[in-house]
Ligand binder design. Sequence first.
Ligand code: ZN
Length: 217
Amino acid sequence: MTATEAPAAYQPFEAGARVAFTDGHRPASRSFRALSGNAVVVGFRPYVDGKPGGWYTLERKGETISVEARNVAAYEPKAKGAPGAKVAKPAPETLPKIVAMVGKSDSGEYGNATCPHCGADGRYVWTFRCDDGTTRGAMAGCIKLFPRSALVDEHQRLLDRLDERQAKGQTLASWDQAKLAAIEAVVAGRMTEAEALLVVKVENAKRTAWMDRRGRR
Ligand SMILES: [Zn+2]
């Protein structure tokens, strides 16, 4: 990378471009003010002290300020002419949709597995199939980052509960067995997602009814 080339994440706006920014800056006095709003690009320095990132020189209300490139975004005027501007958030990571949970590996109480998604250490790694045809792995926290259906969440809960029950030498309650069977039928292509969601609804109602009867005694 040459000295005039900015990292792709901080693609410079042209001089004269209107941008939005949020930043603190130091005016002539020694006080530190936090500022946000919109301004016009005057210049751009790709490197400061040899570090990538870059700084914009912006002009705002006749004042010239320096703002770190990561705090500068495309200007999007508010619909109702309100003052200021909203700073566009960076695009979220694009992940495929989870279509089915495959299973969960347990590296044991003192085992150290690594999350295939983020590299964090932990105990359980889930494996799942995605709508782009890939089979991937991630720990429970990272699964939440993926788009997924209600059925996938239910499947994950049921597999967790099955593990808990089996550890105690027990089996799943009848409604959980029915829900798990339905979801596994979807995974195997023998049932549609809508049909399985109906099973989940019916079995949840059975459980609620059973709890109600039990509560009345
Ligand atoms: Zn992770």
